[in-house]
Design a binder for this molecule. Structure first.
Ligand code: ADP
Ligand code: MG
Length: 325
């Protein structure tokens, strides 16, 4: 199992939710995971019902079996200070630099620097060891930028490595790219069973593969329950109205009389069946398109009661059950 798990997907498909559920799933059986957010929107804090995350790793959840989930919202400015500190031992000079606005300059102007800092921080967490030489985190899960930007985001270290031919930045970029392009990393894509996100998933996978970045799993989120299969739908389409009315009456829904309650239920019921049949056809097409992508496929249910912590744990259990962790 890759130790760096990157979660991307079209915006709004549930990247943050799936990344959090995955971090929980990977943390079971005493494992420790770090969930990192790189777009600074505090989605993770919201999901775990805790206050805004500082730029500091902190425990936010305990997984079944005693595992732990830590979280970190990476701030690019502070990551740059970290980085300068690590290589140049800047100390208070780093703080002075920040006051001068040099860091704003570096993170907004220098191409790709911001992204290198973010991926660099995640890779540092992946490789970090304790005094006994053991990895501090068994897994790092990244709530990453959306599909349209993920390849550039992860590949940017290559660009930087090309710019800086020698020195610590060069070495750092090389080291980060080694992690990102190895089997230590897996890039998962979250999608819905709808045409647009499925198309984006296909494009995203093609881009990742051509950049030689390791594609992980495709996770279909918010899947609605399948009420009828193709055979069932055919039956529904063929059944006469009168039989539907009779069936409703004998099920105790409304009176048996013509024009009674049951009769009035027939049209809405048949309309619903038709709507469901249309959705079934669309979803079948999208499932087939996803199956062509040649990546392991998983499905997570739409939680109709809305998302809360209990729902998040339920999604984590589902991922475990499907062998994702
Ligand atoms: N399986 C699910 N069932 C129900 N609601 C979900 C599910 N997954 C995500 N959501 C909800 O969908 C919305 C978008 O999810 P989020 O994880 O923030 O997406 P993204 O990070 O891709 O923008 C949120 O309101 C979230 O609670
Ligand atoms: Mg998000």
């Amino acid at each position: 199992m890759s130790r760096l798990q990157v979660v991307s997907g079209k915006g709004g498909t549930g990247k943050t939710t799936v990344a959090a559920a995955l971090a929980l799933a990977l943390a079971t059986e005493g494992k420790r995971t770090l969930l990192v957010e790189v777009e600074g929107r505090q989605g993770i804090a919201q999901l775990f019902e805790t206050e805004a995350l500082p730029y500091e790793e902190r425990k936010i959840a305990v997984a079944p079996g005693g595992g732990e989930v830590y979280a970190l919202a990476i701030d690019p400015e502070l990551a740059l200070l970290d980085y300068l500190q690590m290589f140049y031992k800047l100390g208070s000079a780093g703080r002075a630099l920040r006051k001068l606005g040099a860091i704003d300059f570096a993170t907004t102007i220098a191409p790709g620097v911001r992204d290198v800092l973010l991926t660099g921080k995640a890779c540092e967490a992946v490789r970090r060891k304790d005094k006994n030489g053991r990895f501090v985190y068994d897994y790092v899960v990244m709530d990453a930028p959306p599909t349209g930007r993920i390849t550039r985001f992860l590949n940017v270290n290559d660009e930087v490595a090309g710019l800086a031919k020698i020195g610590p930045i060069h070495n750092q970029a090389q080291a980060v790219m080694r992690v990102l392009k190895s089997s230590e990393t897996a890039v998962h894509l979250v999608t819905l069973l709808e045409e647009m996100p499925v198309q984006e998933t296909a494009d995203g996978i093609a881009e990742l593969r051509s950049a030689r970045l390791p594609v992980g799993r495709v996770i279909v989120n918010m899947v609605r329950p399948q009420v009828l299969d193709a055979a069932g739908l055919e039956l529904v389409a063929a059944v006469p109205r009168s039989s539907v009315a009779r069936a409703l009456s004998s099920a105790g829904l409304g009176g048996a009389r013509r024009g009674g309650h049951a009769e009035r239920l027939v049209d809405p019921l048949l309309a619903q069946a038709e709507e469901y049949a249309e959705r079934y056809t669309l979803e079948t097409e999208q499932r087939a398109a996803l199956a062509d992508l040649d990546a392991p496929l998983h499905e997570l249910p739409l939680l109709t009661a809305g998302m809360d912590l209990a729902g998040l744990y339920a999604l984590a259990r589902e991922l475990r059950g499907q062998g994702v962790s």
